[in-house]
Design a protein around this ligand. Structure first.
Ligand SMILES: NC(=O)c1ccc[n+]([C@@H]2O[C@H](COP(=O)([O-])OP(=O)(O)OC[C@H]3O[C@@H](n4cnc5c(N)ncnc54)[C@H](OP(=O)(O)O)[C@@H]3O)[C@@H](O)[C@H]2O)c1
Length: 314
């Protein structure tokens, strides 16, 4: 496929936190965007976020044939379907495996058989807690992967499956953006807490990440899909230039948005008696573009202000 051959994007998981953000970001792109969801009818939020996008009902991931009619070399498929919460995966590992590990491999095979470019979203939560003394480590692609959660293990299994099929691009990353009605993400957490009485939010001081904003992520996904299928398989880390803790992220965003920062309390994630969690999620960027932490904070502050404006207006 040529550099300009991409005409359509099929977005699976369009109703989710990342999916809605991608739809909004791509709403001005000169491409046909198809939001693939489990809803039988076109959902109302789709018109708010991307009125020009088409809707495709995808009743069950067990039957990929619902996608067949529009699949081909000019249609890029993005997989943002996941069971993305750690406790849900710990509670139901087999269910999580079907969606987080088996489905991505099946999609890669299906796309390969139809010559359709494929991009899968992986995670930054793939590395062990064995060397926290040196955190943030900025894990590179050469680092051994050793997930400490069921979620991480399933996401890794998906990467292995896609590599075995030999078709598709994988992005390992973390992202932030407005929740767009999903209630998901750190900004939704911060917005909700800052409107509470008293306004108190806790931030982890021992959990590092190199999260990027959804806007540059949406562009990077398009770029990768437009690069066609010349590289049949690729695995990349998309990461900002400076790792920060979740506490620092919340503090910097609140400060930039003009919200009292003293409401953010420090908490150590390893002090919580819940299921295991990866603490150092810092990645070394391997994507041929730089993503800056400063840009993440600036964009997140704008998102937060707009989320608070809508919350108080409604
Ligand atoms: N959120 C993060 O901070 C983060 C960080 C790193 C990587 N990621 C990765 O980014 C991707 C998107 O995550 P997200 O935060 O957007 O997740 P999310 O908000 O939970 O969205 C998950 C999406 O998957 C769909 N889905 C779940 N189970 C399904 C099933 N059985 N059949 C069909 N669709 C199903 C959901 O559809 P319904 O609306 O119909 O349930 C929804 O559209 C995932 O691959 C995740 O691993 C997320």
């Amino acid at each position: 496929m040529s550099e300009t051959g991409l005409k359509r994007i099929l977005l699976l998981g369009a109703s989710g936190y990342l999916g809605r953000n991608l739809l909004q970001e791509w709403s001005e792109e000169p491409l046909e965007v198809v939001a693939v969801t489990r809803d039988a009818a076109r959902p109302a939020w789709l018109d708010r976020l991307s009125p020009g996008a088409k809707h495709l009902h995808f009743p069950s991931v067990d039957d990929l044939s619902a996608l067949t009619s529009i699949l081909g070399p000019e249609t890029g498929v993005v997989n943002s379907v996941a069971i993305a919460t750690l406790p849900e995966c710990e509670k139901n590992p087999e269910g999580a495996r079907a969606i987080n590990a088996v489905l991505p491999e099946r999609l890669a095979r299906y796309c390969r058989d139809h010559g359709a470019p494929f991009l899968h979203i992986s995670t930054d939560g793939l590395f062990s807690n064995d060397d926290l003394e040196h955190a943030p480590r900025y894990f590179g692609l050469e680092e051994p992967v050793a997930p400490v959660t069921v979620y991480g293990r399933m996401k890794r299994e998906a990467e292995i499956g896609i590599e075995k099929v030999g078709w598709g691009h994988i992005f390992r990353l973390c992202f932030n953006g407005p929740d767009l009605g999903t209630g998901r993400g750190l900004l939704a957490f911060l917005a909700k807490a800052s409107l509470a009485d008293p306004p108190v939010v806790t931030g982890f001081t021992d959990n590092w990440f190199t999260s990027m904003h959804v806007a540059p992520l949406a562009s990077a996904i398009l770029e990768r899909l437009k690069s066609g299928t010349k590289a049949r398989f690729s695995l990349e880390h998309l990461a900002t230039d400076r790792a920060i803790t979740k506490f620092e992220y919340l503090r910097l965003v609140a400060e930039r948005a003009g919200i009292p920062v003293n409401m953010i309390e420090r908490l150590r994630k390893d002090s919580l008696s819940v299921s295991p969690a990866p603490l150092d999620q810092s990645l070394r960027n391997t994507y041929p573009k730089t993503f800056s932490t400063e840009d993440l904070i600036a964009r997140s502050a704008v998102d937060l202000r707009s989320m608070l404006r809508s919350a108080t207006a409604g």
